[in-house]
Design a binder for this molecule. Sequence first.
Ligand code: FEO
Length: 393
Amino acid sequence: MNYYTPEISDSIFWVGSKDWNRRMFDALIPLPDGTSYNSYLVKGSRGSALIDSVNPGFEDELIDKLGSLTDIKALDFVIMNHAEPDHATAIKAVMDISTDAKLVTTQKGAKMAQVFYKIPEQRLVIVKDGDTLELGDRTLRFIEAPWLHWPETMFTYVQENRILFSCDYFGAHTAAGFYDDEVEDLISVAKRYFGEIMMPFKAKGAQALEKIKDMDIAIIAPSHGPIYRNPERILGMYYIWTAGKTQEKAILVYASMWGATEAMVKSMAETLMAEGIQISYFNLLNADIGDIARELVDSRAIVLGTPTVLGEMHPLAVYAAHLVKILKPPLRYGVALSSYGWGGGAIRQLSEMLKPTKIEVLGAIEINGPASDEDFNNIELLGKQLAARIKSS
Ligand code: FEO
């Protein structure tokens, strides 16, 4: 097969794979646009290095691409910025061919390389922050950037080309486009990815940005999605997202069985819109969890609606509340809305679930059956209070 292996910068080639048909990641994250596993070959005058590899199932493609550009047996180094299988699985296949190549990674990465990929200790080179590796006319500098989103993560910077290889960080799950300016809605796709993967590690992400803020970066080459030849586009957004800067926005998320809870949430939505609050609105029956994650990145408030089912929250609402808890969005305020048939309980459970978060619950309305005019008035009052707090923050 003929393969696409573009030279993205002098002596640096893309040898990754596009996974157009993948629809789920980690059995958790929907991938409506597929994804890519970006792997890069650096050909220096006195040595070569592969930076990250590809997902299981794409090993042969990587080997073919590498083989079309270089003698794989003579490869000197494999750089493992991150040990998760979508980037590190094919390392083993490459190193089985290039038997003299060394694997370069962080201390924690070295342990993972042994555990996950059975790389023997004598083939490991452990690097620390600021260490460099000379390939003749190309110099690789390593930047420890832990917990993005695993503990061992690092970036690799090729000094002569001013390219930052950031692996998952600055990534986007889409197979579309090759460079950032070729994907119209890329920032929205990248924001969704940030919400799903990086949002729980905002503080670590901000530390990583601080480390690279004075570096001269011409290109950011992540390991998912397009390469940024306009790096300021994504850097600017990451400064905002990692800082947890919110907008005058509320996200409304709900499950409803017979429409009573839905009517309460819709009434809240109408009030918030009337008060000038931007909203996003998700019925959990058919919502895309990735879209919810994206909206959590900069929403200031959440409205959670759930009926009571067998004395507890609707299972879909449990899932949503759990996601809110683990994704650690910068939400400031919350409101709970619920309708029950013959006995409540959902609100009590929801309050418990949200306790570990930093969300200040401004109010909860739990009613029996469909909302009355008085109930709708109460929802409107609560909505106005919520809007005022959103606007005053
Ligand atoms: Fe794309 Fe954390 O792997």
